[in-house]
Design a protein around this ligand. Structure first.
Ligand code: FES
Length: 154
């Protein structure tokens, strides 16, 4: 861990130690400010906040907001909820993989786009849904996906 990053982590942990929901709040801050939370970071957080590692790991693996690798500048998430899945998410994922030449969970070599999947985002009536950064896009089709992709491509 580089000294700057460690100082930032220590600062976040010190600010939150002893507060209600310290683990959740600190992890949110770490994800927002550093961009990812690795396993050694989870162990460090657990030790510093005197929380079980299972509690820390449980949070980072349950919420899709957390990632253990740096994300690209933009994130495209494909909803895998039932309505979206049957509505065409698998075909959209295939299209994205084909166009970007990366798999789900990977980032383009230029660091621009990360592909991820997510749970239902509550827009089932617009299935299939993708989320580009924070924007929900509904009724996406394999022939309209490239246009959406172009909005975040270099
Ligand atoms: S199933 Fe995709 S938004 Fe609900």
């Amino acid at each position: 861990m580089n000294p700057e990053k460690k100082a930032l982590i220590d600062q976040i942990l010190t600010e939150n130690k002893g507060k209600d929901g310290a683990v959740m709040v600190a992890l949110n801050e770490l994800q927002s400010q550093i961009g990812y939370i690795t396993e050694p970071m989870e162990v460090y957080v657990a030790r510093k906040l005197r929380a079980p590692i299972s509690a820390v790991h449980g949070v980072t693996t349950f919420y899709s907001f957390f990632t253990n690798r740096p994300r690209g500048k933009h994130t495209i998430k494909f909803c895998l909820g039932t309505a979206c899945y049957v509505g065409g998410t698998p075909q959209l994922i295939e299209k994205a993989k084909q166009l970007l030449n990366i798999d789900i969970g990977q980032t383009t070599p230029d660091g621009n786009i990360t592909l991820e999947v997510c749970r239902c985002v509550g827009a089932c009536s617009q299935a299939p849904v993708i989320v580009i950064d924070e924007e929900v896009e509904g009724r996406v089709r394999t022939n309209t996906f490239p246009e959406l992709l172009a909005t975040v491509s270099n």
